[in-house]
Design a protein around this ligand. Structure first.
Ligand code: NAD
Ligand code: ZN
Length: 345
């Protein structure tokens, strides 16, 4: 085993990431070592690249970044059962505590002591990743490495989309970023009726229409009510998924929901945002905040759906060898991409 590896590190408190040489992590008795093959660039990584206020507050300098990955197990801690050397895998990037009420109830995704790889702990943008065996998710042969590398954001999409019953429902998704687009594909897969996705970025709306059967609406140019009219919708959307983090999008969603509508909110507003609570009350709207993925129920569901025809491959628009990571980050930062995947092999 080599003891030196390449890793993308947040070395300096300024925009950028730097390729460095690091020691290969030493695993403990409950961990595995994963040889990384493919990684996805996430919006979170862009925040870290840009070194915005959130990143400066949250991320320690010297951190190996990245949390979306697929690879192969190359070493196994002595307490680990049920995993094998050579096993292909992805994994949950949230490292959870096991003491809290929610964790002890088996709701691991609600543990308040959670720490994220590539945010608080050493991450996956490296040739090797140390991960607790508990977090490993083996990949079936049908799921290749590049899809394996985007299961983390697909998990956000699946967790959000499966928050409410979608069968036969009219669904509004605000924000056609990679996660919004994948949520639309999931809604289509599980049997929603009309799925309308909004954005102000036409490239992303065009991509949404290539990935799945949705009605893309550019809200900078088109009136959402007109679209509802064309679709012969009478009372508004049954289910909303907020996936932009934009205040105007949330307001528009609330206005366009049916009485008693249900909203799952994944998008993260930049700060405190004003909400017209009287609209929520008088429309009897339910709002659910969505964080991460259910560990491991969301993983189970998404793998099952991928094995059963859910196709999200076209959401990957760019692929680069890792030495060209700057190009990958540049295209992500431009907003002119879907998912960008880096190859570490
Ligand atoms: P993204 O930034 O790539 O996509 C957001 C999209 O919203 C962009 O295409 C943008 O043009 C669009 N948008 C901006 N204004 C809009 C408006 N008025 N109406 C409609 N769309 C508008 O983000 P992503 O990676 O797809 O993630 C989606 C959201 O989910 C982000 O806010 C992200 O921070 C958040 N997120 C939350 C979690 C969680 O655990 N809660 C996890 C991952 C991501
Ligand atoms: Zn991510």
């Amino acid at each position: 085993m080599r003891n030196d590896m390449k890793a993308l590190v947040k070395t300096k408190p300024e925009p950028g990431l730097w390729m460095e040489h690091r020691a290969v992590p030493e695993i403990g008795p409950d961990d595995v070592l994963i040889r990384i093959r493919k990684t996805g660039i996430c919006g979170t990584d862009i925040h870290i690249w840009n070194w915005d206020d959130w990143a400066a507050r949250t991320v320690p300098l010297g951190l190996v970044t990245g949390h979306e990955f697929a690879g192969e197990i190359v070493e196994i801690g002595r307490n680990v059962d049920g995993l094998t050397i050579g096993q292909r895998c992805s994994g949950e990037g949230h490292l959870i505590g096991k003491q809290s009420r929610q964790s002890r109830a088996g709701k691991f995704h609600l543990d308040p002591a959670t720490r994220g790889i590539g945010v608080n702990e050493q991450g996956a943008f490296a040739e090797y990743l140390k991960l607790p065996a508990f977090n490993v998710v083996p990949l079936p042969d049908e799921i290749d490495d590049e899809i394996g590398a985007i299961l983390d954001p697909l998990g956000n999409a699946v967790h959000t989309a499966l928050s409410f019953d979608l069968v036969g429902e009219d669904v509004l998704i605000t924000g056609a970023g990679p996660i919004g687009i994948m949520a639309a594909a999931v809604a289509r897969h599980v049997g929603a009726r009309h799925i309308v996705i909004t954005d102000v970025n036409q490239d992303r709306l065009d991509l949404a229409a290539q990935v799945t059967d949705v009605v893309p609406v550019n809200v900078a140019k088109q009136d959402l009510r007109d679209v509802e009219g064309v679709l012969k919708m009478k009372e508004g959307f049954d289910v909303g998924m907020e996936m932009s983090g934009n205040q105007a999008a949330l307001d528009q969603m609330v206005e366009n929901m049916v009485m008693g509508g249900r909203i799952a909110m994944l998008g993260i507003p930049p700060g405190k945002s004003p909400v017209d609570w009287s609209r929520i009350v008088f429309k009897a709207i339910t709002i659910k905040g969505v964080y991460g993925r259910e560990i491991f129920e969301t993983w189970y569901k998404m793998i099952a759906m991928l094995e059963n025809g859910l196709d999200i491959r076209k959401v990957i628009t760019h692929r680069f060898p890792v030495d060209e990571f700057r190009e990958g980050f540049e295209i992500m930062r431009s907003g002119k991409s879907g998912k960008v995947v880096l190859d570490w092999t």
